[in-house]
Design a protein around this ligand. Sequence first.
Ligand code: NAP
Length: 286
Amino acid sequence: MKVGFIGLGQMGSAMAANLIRRGHEVTLWNRSLDKAAGLVAAGAKLASSPAAAAQGDVVMTMLADDAAVEAVVYGDKGILEQPALHISQSTISVDLADRLARSHGADAFVSAPVFGRPPAAQAGMLFVIAAGQNAALEAATPALEAISQSIFRVGSSPSQANLVKLGGNFMIVAAIEAFAEAMTLVESGNVSRRDFYEVITRTIFNFPVLRTYGELLVTEAFQPAGFPATLGLKDMNLVDAVAGERQVPMPVLGVMRDHLRSVIATEGTELDLAAMGLAVRRSANR
Ligand code: NAP
């Protein structure tokens, strides 16, 4: 299949590598062109603009945020009105997903955000949450299979996938918050973080998110940031926007968002999402 791929950050470069590995004919575009060198050596072509990367069957976008996706779709030499089906995989707002669906048309747009950090992307083991019209989803499937272990279809309106993604990320951040608070509590009684981690992740909360983020809370290995706190804050702001529009109270959200703001303000923009645990500890003077 002829696949355009736009956005070669931590996630996108790993996803594009898997598309090449699975035999797809991949054409790349990234704002910083130097990031494409390794993938070009592995067999991909380099396009001169986003539009030039959208001449095949599908074009996948994996970009930082709403502004980046808007630039690539609606900006100079953007992908709007190009022949390829747009598969949008970035974590973006529900409003932008709705706007993209209107602009492209139902048969030319699929939302397919992902769960999984860069190591899962490298292993082709992401979880894809997909929504859109059936024919468009069918057309997107071969490309999505190349980057994932499972594809979940959650509706016929593309932004439904973004809503599920935002709901899931809210739960990840809430899990980190809860783990960090409980870890701080047990440490106040001289139980080690490591012992608490082992008990909790082998018993009542034996699941991947808590194993991954709990390990980071124990070791404080917040750099390099697989999922930066800045992207986590962006996602919590997206949750707040849609919850506000729909009058859905989410009182826990404000606490977590402030801990993210606090750690970014005090430690800078380079730390992992798990570093929000630092804000929890400091509030207990530990
Ligand atoms: P990243 O490493 O920061 O990469 C961001 C990408 O967006 C880069 O290709 C960057 O281009 C591009 N970009 C940023 N602003 C742009 C603009 N104005 N115009 C054009 N391109 C622009 O981020 P990532 O970790 O790969 O994440 C990508 C998306 O996946 C985000 O929406 C994130 O929330 C989501 N996500 C991340 C993870 C994770 O664990 N990291 C997991 C699931 C979902 P340059 O190379 O030129 O800077």
